[in-house]
Ligand binder design. Structure first.
Ligand SMILES: *[C@@H]1O[C@H](CO)[C@@H](O)[C@H](O)[C@H]1NC(C)=O
Ligand SMILES: *[C@@H]1O[C@H](CO)[C@@H](O)[C@H](O)[C@H]1NC(C)=O
Ligand SMILES: *[C@@H]1O[C@H](CO)[C@@H](O)[C@H](O)[C@H]1NC(C)=O
Ligand SMILES: *[C@@H]1O[C@H](CO)[C@@H](O)[C@H](O)[C@H]1NC(C)=O
Length: 181
């Protein structure tokens, strides 16, 4: 008797809470499942630690995952590179440019954690933490937004992360003004 009542209670809650935002079903929003997104992030993480994925080494992994017209977009990387922020946030334009530049740095990261992986239409949002970047002084957190085309290849990656923490790990000497009073 109890389980039946319990199920009825659940069903009732479900009806009461149904779709409070009245979001219409949007066609073309079913590109990726949560499992697809999780696999994408597992593969992407191997490119940060420069270890092999199921697709091969980092070059082979990027080659499979990225569309030819891939772009890396980031305000926090621009700031860290001490570039003027001028409205063009593209860091690398083109898959081969991206791969060639990333390979220069080698393995910078260890202890990469998924804090959240969110799927939306043709995009995946990944909230992450890296425990160790080079000198491993401070943990770094950031957010990646991957956009995918209809073939499931990544056309754009927006990366915004704690570039202050990142810089300190690279040996930057940061002095702070006195905030507040
Ligand atoms: C990845 O593997 C390919 C094929 O074996 C090889 O040509 C390439 O040099 C490797 N790249 C790296 C960065 O190890
Ligand atoms: C975090 O940002 C730095 C620059 O601020 C960049 O070099 C690095 O690739 C980013 N890290 C990750 C894991 O995306
Ligand atoms: C923006 O910057 C990227 C990378 O430097 C460059 O390839 C691209 O041509 C620039 N785009 C514009 C519109 O200036
Ligand atoms: C860092 O900056 C502070 C304040 O300007 C200075 O006293 C200190 O010597 C600097 N340290 C290094 C390692 O450059």
């Amino acid at each position: 008797m109890l389980p039946v009542l319990f199920l009825q209670a659940l069903a009732f809650t479900g009806i009461a809470a149904a779709n409070p935002w009245r979001r219409p079903n949007r066609r073309g929003c079913e590109l990726l499942s949560q499992a697809d997104a999780d696999l994408l992030i597992t593969r992407w993480t191997t490119t940060l630690t420069q270890t092999d994925s199921d697709l091969g080494n980092s070059t082979q992994t990027w080659d499979y995952l990225l569309a030819d017209e891939f772009k890396l977009v980031s305000g926090s990387i621009q700031t860290l590179q001490q570039q003027n922020v001028n409205g063009n946030y593209t860091i690398y334009d083109g898959k081969q440019t991206y791969i060639a530049n990333e390979l220069k740095y080698g393995a910078l990261y260890a202890g990469v954690h998924d804090l959240d992986i969110i799927v939306g239409c043709n995009r995946v949002v990944w909230y992450w933490q890296v425990d160790s970047v080079l000198e491993a002084i401070i943990k770094v957190r950031g957010v990646n937004i991957f956009s995918l085309n209809s073939e499931g290849k990544i056309t754009q990656l927006v990366v915004e992360n704690d570039s202050l923490a990142f810089g300190i790990n690279f040996g930057a000497n940061v002095t702070f003004p006195a905030f507040g009073g």
